[in-house]
Design a protein around this ligand. Structure first.
Ligand code: GLN
Length: 383
């Protein structure tokens, strides 16, 4: 029986498409965003330890208390902000779960939700499944900064939610103090919530500090802050993250989350609680990834491609519009097949697939692999 699709415009995600193509053509896969190296063996030992100890049944719906407490301690240490581990913290199966559950707890049919474009791919489908209407506000290119007057113009009586992402995927742009202040001023006297996707919170460069929405009092009281242990501890396949939000918002959030996944893998939660005791495990991330960003950018400097080193995230965007008219999608596919380096065309992050002739490369890979990719890019006939 044919289904009348609720998401007629949605197909297989670009990340799945490009990773499969990279594998089919044995290309170096700098497309889908995941580390190309293993996590700390100690973290794996901890999971094994807790499995052997019998931590193998359902975790509490809101998360293992010890992990929630550790997360609260980390949040206090890193951002100087307090959350109540009992009523304001929920452990979820990845930031994707956090974002879906947060959208679903807020958005009713006909509600408008502001998205800053380019936007990560899971935001709009979640809104649409709730009957909400995404309202797109373009970011300023080439630096992907926010045009606050455009955000203001996009607000209406129906605006219920704004979704933000810093450090930003795909551009690496990081919010400034002024950005936080501008958002706060726009919504302080309105019934508008915020979902803040902060999965790259610990991957920041050149001494920049991540500015979480929770650090602004006006924003804290209306924001679902979504995070991912997958990004921070190199375990994207574990699909484990968290949502921090004020008590009343968390109550509604949990009503949804409990029927999306109910709870999240128990031994992983105990392992992460113990692993979080050592702050070096997340504080060393900027240095670790900056070396990779710099290695990749150094190599790019020897080419005619244009780029500004990413401020945060593990993605580097590269412009080629001055060299070719080929679409970013065609180029990403062609390079995967012909030169053996896979990337993501950033047009896929736009509703209308606007082609700015920019590719996104993930540099969360082994140095050898990055060096190999760079050599290929330097030596191949690119256009
Ligand atoms: N967030 C990852 C990226 O941007 C992809 C995750 C996924 O494949 N869903 O590449």
């Amino acid at each position: 029986m044919p289904i009348q699709s609720k998401l007629p415009e949605v197909g297989t995600t670009i990340f799945t498409i490009m990773s499969k193509m990279a594998s089919d053509y044995q290309a170096i896969n700098l497309s889908q965003g995941y580390p190309g190296f293993n996590c700390d063996p100690h973290l794996i030992e901890l999971v094994y330890k807790y499995m052997k100890e019998g931590k193998n049944q359902y975790a509490p719906m809101s998360g293992v208390p010890l992990l929630r407490e550790r997360l609260v301690e980390k949040t206090k240490k890193v951002y100087g902000v307090d959350y109540d581990s009992e009523s304001e913290v929920t452990i979820v199966s990845g930031a994707t779960d956090a974002i879906y559950s947060a959208v679903t707890s807020i958005v009713k049919p006909g509600d408008e939700v502001i998205l800053l474009e380019p936007a990560y791919d899971c935001y709009a489908p979640a809104i649409k499944l709730c009957g909400g209407i995404p309202v797109y506000v373009p970011l300023n290119l080439p630096d992907f900064s926010i045009h606050w007057n455009s955000v203001k113009d996009a607000l209406s009586d129906k605006t219920r939610l704004i979704m933000v992402n810093t450090p930003h995927n795909p551009s690496g742009y990081m919010w400034t103090k002024e950005d936080l202040e501008n958002l706060a001023q726009l919504i302080v006297d309105k019934d508008i919530y915020v979902i803040s996707d902060e999965v790259y919170e610990h991957i920041t460069f050149d001494g920049r500090k991540h500015l979480s929405m929770m650090t602004h009092p006006v924003l804290k009281e209306r924001t679902f802050v979504c995070g991912s242990f997958g990004k921070t501890f190199h375990v994207t396949g574990w699909k484990i993250g968290y949502c921090l939000a004020p008590e009343e918002m968390t109550r509604e959030f949990r009503k949804v989350h409990q029927f999306v996944t109910f709870s999240t893998a128990t031994p992983l939660q105990y392992a992460l609680a113990e692993y979080l005791e050592d702050e070096h495990h997340y504080l060393e991330l900027p240095d670790f990834y900056q070396k990779k960003r710099d290695l990749f950018c150094e190599g790019l400097r020897e080419t005619e491609l244009l780029f500004t080193p990413a401020q945060g995230s593990f993605f580097q965007q590269v412009s080629y519009g001055h060299l070719s008219k080929e679409s970013d999608f065609d180029l990403a596919v062609r390079w995967t097949k012909e030169i053996g380096v896979a990337s993501i065309p950033i047009s896929v992050f736009f509703k209308n697939k606007n082609d700015h002739k920019i590719l996104r490369f993930c540099f969360a890979k082994l140095d050898e692999e990055l060096e190999k990719a760079i050599k290929i890019i330097q030596k191949s006939k690119l256009f």
